[in-house]
Design a protein around this ligand. Sequence first.
Ligand code: F6P
Length: 326
Amino acid sequence: MEIHKIALLTSGGDAPGMNAAIRAVVRSAIYHHLEVVGVLKGYQGLIDANFVSLQLESVSNIIGRGGTILKTARCAEFFEKEGRKKAVEQLKKNRIDGLIVIGGNGSFRGAHLLAIEHNFPVIGVPGTIDNDIMGTDFSIGSDTAVNTALEAIDKIRDTVSSMERIFVVEVMGRKEGYIALRVGLGGGAEDVLIPQTEYDIERMCEDIKRGRKRGKVSWIIIVSEGVAGSKDVASLIEDITGFETRSITLGHIQRGGSPTAMDRILASRLGAEAVNALLKGESDKMTGISGEEVKLVDFISACAQERKKKNRLDREIYGLVRILAT
Ligand code: F6P
C-alpha cells in the first residue's frame, strides 16, 4: 500500500522528549511529501476521530518542551476488539494510510493488535521514562527522568547530611529498576531496592547499625516504586534500627521538564526513522537504538537476549552502588 497520509499519536504516560519525537515525525513526513494528522489524547482520540492537521509550523519551538502537545491518555476501550475496530474505521474514513504511536509497552500491545487484526501499517516510537521496553537500549524520556531525580537527590542529601538522618527516596519506574539504579549510582546512594535484585531490609538495617557505630551518620536509600512505598520502607527501618528515618516520593516531577540533549537527539532519530519505516512498507514494529545504531524491532519479538543483557547490567550497577557506598 502506498503511503500518502499518516496519523500520529502519543499514548500512556507522557515522557520528556515526546514533543521532540512529534516534531521529527511531522517534519520528516512533510519532507517526504506526506500529509500528517495529529490524534489528540491517544487511542481514545483515534476512536473519537479527534484529529488535527499538522503543518511544519505546528511543531515550531516544541523540541525543548516537556509533555506532549498531542496530549495523552490510557484508553481501556482500545484494548477491546470493538474499540480497535472503531479506531481503524476512523483511520480509513479519513484516508489515513499509516499510524505512528509514541508510547510504552501497553501502547505497543495495542498497536500490535491493531496492525495484525486489521492489516494496518503501524510503527511505534518508544517513549516512556521507565526504560522498560526490550529491543532498545533507551526509551525517550528515561535520561531526563534520571537527571530530574538526581537533581532532587542532590538537594535531599544537603538536608540528610546536615541533620544526620536516614532518608528513603521513592522513584518511578513501574516494575523496572532503571531509574532507581541510575539515580542510586549517580547520586551516591547507600542502597537501592529494585524488583530485579533480591533485597533484604534486615541486612540493610544491620549495615546501617554497623555504619553508625563506626561514625557514618547519613544514608540515602533509593526504592523503586515496584518494590514498596517509601513510607513503609522508612517506618520499617526506623522500627528495626531505632534511628530517625524520613521518606519522600518524587512522583510525577520525574515525568516533566525540558528533555536532555540525549532525549532530544534520540527522539529526533527514532521519530524520523518511524516515517522511513512506513514509507518502506514496514509495520508491526518499533524503532529502537542499539549502541549508536537506529534499528527496527518487531513489537512482539520476545527479545530474550535483550532481557538477559539488561538484567546483567542491572546486577552490575547494583553491585557497584553497594561497593561505592561502603
Ligand atoms: O510509565 C510511566 C509512569 O510514570 C510509571 O513510572 C508510573 O508507574 C506510572 O507511569 C504512573 O502512572 P499515572 O501517571 O497514570 O499515575
